[in-house]
Design a protein. Structure first.
Lengths: 256, 311
């Protein structure tokens, strides 16, 4: 199995503070990897660096063998890296269907003139992406909420919609930022199953940031542990569980 | 039809075109502009140059007005669209005033005293034709992937970016198209008044356009149409109260915005489909209330029942 994402020497400095400092890790193709660490360890910053939301201070990110370090976010998304956000970012005033349909834009290629004049190409492609959006909602179990306004959905479904919207771009790598935040154990359990199903069904790789240790340990095949912006450990769940430094970082250990 | 009423109709039709453009930028792409009168001025002067100095047909003058305004907006956009929300708004304000001051001091086109003798080519008919074209093109645009991408920028720019939307490109597209609409409106205005003066395109005009868009409801084309007609007619109806006219106008706008913060039509679109849906709902409600006396206090047209947002 090869690596779909390679992060090398990744560093992000905000003024004098290195939020992420010289981090290396890989995400295996077709795998589910976890990124864990205490609050402020730099996990979300790494997501922002991978997806181009922040500019990298130094180091490289390559995706599928291609250097994506300095690309614009929309270009990175176009290549097949999509994500969800820790604090859900939906198109709040649009319906569930519109949220997903909007993200299907890349599956259509009709131009401005096709839109303005409603040319046959517009009709054909628009029909295709509407079917695609319907199909995704069906798979993710959101069909019956199709016309609901995104903002009014229960929290768990908003998270699910955000994942659906990310899938509309046919990603090869899906980054999930604390997908289980605020969920009860039951919902977390359900989410774990969903993430596994999505990986198998859409043949993609997943990198997930998570605080729920059960979820991470049960779901991820490999785990990267961060602390104070640096990589602490990297390996299979059992190795991480037994790692003294990781236990210290989480539970508070000896002096630093 | 009296020529007075016809005149107001023409003015509201002209305003409508500028408002439609601004509606795309503000209501759909979420960018506020306080300089759109600047694009109208560019359109008005370019079109006047075409007909008065170059002797070109009116159609060509209108096309030129749209193109020149769009071209200038592209340059402005390159310089300012990277700015975040409020800063972009300030930049457009500066732009609008800059255009007016440049024209004030450019004697070749009449300077501050204005430029008379523009051929009267604008008629109610060609305004109506352009209004219809303007509405149809805009409606087609906002219900396409391009329009949805603009709406995504308005709703949540960061999410739009990571959903693969080139937000800069779509903001630019919205700006350029809205400037072209404003340019056409300017061309029509100049050839209706037969006289143009930089003062006509001051910040007051820009603000008026923005007020109409917000009054009609952000993200609603039918709201913009309604807003343009109502707010062009209102000051005329209020001539009866003489010098209190603009005060009453202001109060009316404030009253509406307090009563309906999302504007007259906020997020709701008046289409054959939505009207049918509205009546279907009312029929259901009536069936439920069957036992009691029928209540129909509300205006059927108001779309009151549908307060939720949408495309």
């Amino acid at each position: 199995m090869s690596d779909i994402l390679q992060v090398r020497g990744l560093t992000k400095r905000f003024g004098g503070l290195a939020a992420v400092n010289d981090v290396d890790f890989d995400v295996r193709e077709g795998g589910i990897s976890g990124l864990i660490g205490p609050n402020g360890a730099g996990k979300t910053t790494i997501f922002n660096l991978i997806t181009g939301v922040y500019k990298v201070s130094s180091g490289t990110v390559s995706f599928g063998g291609r250097d994506i370090t300095d690309l614009e976010p929309h270009r990175i998304a176009g290549l097949g890296v999509t994500r969800t956000f820790q604090n859900i970012r939906l198109f709040k005033n649009l319906t569930v269907f519109e949220n997903v349909l909007t993200a299907c834009h890349a599956s259509a290629s009709y131009g401005l003139a096709d839109s303005l004049l409603r040319l046959p190409r517009f009709r054909r492609e628009e029909k295709a992406i509407m079917d695609k959006a319907d199909g995704l909602l069906e798979i993710l179990g959101l069909s019956d909420r199709k016309d609901a306004i995104a903002n009014g959905l229960p929290y768990g479904l908003q998270r699910r919609l955000e994942i659906t919207r990310a899938l509309a771009l046919d990603p090869k790598l899906l980054l999930l930022d604390e997908p289980a935040a605020g969920m009860n154990p039951d919902e977390t359990e359900q989410l774990m199953r969903l993430i596994g199903e999505i990986r198998d069904r859409f043949k993609l790789s997943v990198l997930v940031i998570e605080h729920h240790m059960d979820l991470v340990m049960g779901l991820c095949e490999r785990i990267v542990v961060l602390n104070f912006g640096q990589k602490l450990a990297d390996g299979v769940p059992d190795a991480i569980r037994g790692d003294q430094r990781v236990v210290e970082a989480y539970l508070g250990g000896g002096d630093k | 039809m009296s020529s007075y009423i016809e005149g107001i109709l023409m003015l509201s039709g002209i305003n409508l075109i500028a408002v439609l453009g601004l509606s795309l930028l503000t209501g759909f792409a979420g960018l506020f502009s306080f300089g759109h009168a600047g694009f109208m001025a560019i359109g008005a002067y370019s079109a006047a140059v075409c007909t008065k100095l170059l002797g070109l047909p009116f159609v060509a003058a209108i096309a030129a007005a749209a193109l020149v305004a769009a071209g200038v907006s592209w340059l402005i956009g390159r310089a300012t669209l990277k700015l975040k929300g409020d800063y972009f708004c300030i930049a457009t304000l500066g732009f609008g005033e800059a255009i007016r001051l440049i024209l004030d001091n450019f004697q070749g086109l009449g300077g501050a005293r204005g430029w008379p003798g523009i051929p009267p080519r604008t008629t109610l008919l060609n305004i109506l034709i352009l209004d219809v074209i303007g509405v149809v093109l805009l409606a087609n645009l906002v219900r396409s992937r391009h329009g949805r991408n603009m709406i995504a920028v308005r709703e949540e720019e960061l999410a739009a970016k990571v959903a693969g939307i080139d937000t800069f490109r779509y903001k630019m597209l919205a700006l350029v198209i809205s400037a072209a609409y404003a340019g056409v409106a300017g061309a029509l205005l100049g050839h209706y008044m037969t006289f143009i003066q930089p003062k006509m395109f001051s910040m007051v005009k820009s603000t008026e356009l923005t007020i109409i868009v917000i009054f009609g409801g952000l993200g609603s084309i039918s709201g913009s149409v309604l807003g343009a007609v109502v707010l062009t007619f209102l000051p005329e109806l209020l001539r009866a109260v003489d010098k209190w006219r603009l005060v009453v106008y202001g109060l009316a706008v404030i009253g509406i915005m307090i009563g309906r913060p999302r504007g007259l039509m906020g997020g709701f679109e008046l289409t054959p489909k939505s009207i049918r849906a509205h009546f279907a709902r009312r029929r259901e409600e009536r069936a439920i209330k069957a036992g009691r006396a029928a209540e129909d206090g509300d205006e059927a047209l108001s779309g009151e029942a549908d307060g939720k947002g949408g495309l």
